[in-house]
Design a protein around this ligand. Structure first.
Ligand SMILES: [Zn+2]
Length: 301
């Protein structure tokens, strides 16, 4: 019988295909998964008893802001030690690129103290250049970057509190197109922050169509998370529908909201999914959210 370099035995295997976990052994040969089998059937020069721990190819953290910190700490140990192997960055409308020279000061203001880190030098302008800076120095995890709507807007019209002109919108679209071609995974918005909050729904749909053309998805820090959260969830779903791309509602928790809002919120998402639309949410857990969430979740699961 073949002997592998390493067998992770008696684990609960999550294969990453959406299947429920199953008990098994997993063999590694030359740094790659070589076989998966029932417990006790695979033999290795070294065997580690997983004691029913989960064995997974790695987890994706869909919502991070590691865009600049990954350049400071390329080993990303805080992610790796949690089993996270991919960070999605560029969330909430914030990505460090594209960058126009005329609006560098706006961009630095936008990033605030994060941009003030002495280790971060803004050496790029295009999205492609930014990705190259990450790639060139090497990083311990995968980085999937979204193009931030705020970055696109700042590059073209700074903090102007108005709708873009036809020409300005066309330039934003072409910058987004460039970003998608360079490898961006989609478009993100932060609709409670300036300059994102100055954008109307139509502007986002027009940009969403560009991301859709490259099979990207739309991630949004929606326009309201308290009294107007239901309207904001509905807007995000509407944008996905009109632009024709999947929607990821970021940290979708009714902050300080009532349980009633949490149920209505998830009902909007369920209704869109029943219509065949690809809408998903992620969440961040705060202790002050627990009562509303605990109340809502049993209804769903
Ligand atoms: Zn956010």
């Amino acid at each position: 019988m073949a002997e592998f370099d390493l067998v992770l035995s008696n684990g609960r295997i999550l294969d990453g295909c959406g299947n429920p976990w199953y008990r098994g052994d997993l063999a590694i040969q030359d740094g790659h998964i070589a076989a998966i089998g029932p417990v006790g059937r695979l033999h290795g020069r070294q065997t580690l008893d997983m004691q029913e721990r989960f064995v997974a190819p790695g987890f994706i953290d869909i919502h991070t802001h590691s865009d600049l910190s990954i350049l400071v700490n390329r080993r990303a140990e805080s992610a790796v030690r949690q089993g996270v192997t991919t960070h999605v960055v560029g969330n909430c409308g914030m990505s460090p690129a594209p960058l126009s020279a005329g609006h560098l000061a706006d961009m630095r203001t936008y990033w605030g103290e994060i941009a003030a880190q002495p280790e971060v030098t803004w050496l790029w302008q295009t999205f492609k250049d930014y990705l190259a800076v990450i790639q060139t120095g090497g990083v311990a995890i995968n980085i999937a970057s979204l193009a931030g709507h705020a970055a696109l807007r700042l590059a073209v019209m700074g903090y102007a509190d108005r709708a873009p002109s036809v020409t300005e919108l066309a330039v934003m679209q072409s910058l987004l197109s460039e970003a998608m071609q360079a490898g961006a995974f989609g478009l993100s918005t932060g609709l409670v922050y300036p300059p994102g909050c100055f954008a109307g729904t139509d502007e986002i749909i027009a940009l969403g169509k560009i991301a859709a053309a490259y099979n990207g998805f739309y991630a949004s820090h929606i326009r309201g998370e308290r009294e107007t959260i239901l309207e904001a969830v509905a807007e995000a779903i509407h944008i996905g529908c009109e632009a024709g791309l999947p929607v990821q509602i970021s940290h979708n928790a009714p902050k300080f909201g009532a349980a009633r809002d949490a149920r209505a919120n998830l009902a909007l998402v369920d209704a869109a999914r029943l219509q065949g639309q690809d809408v998903t949410v992620d969440n961040d857990v705060h202790t002050d959210l627990a009562p509303a969430l605990l109340h809502a979740l049993p209804q769903r699961f």
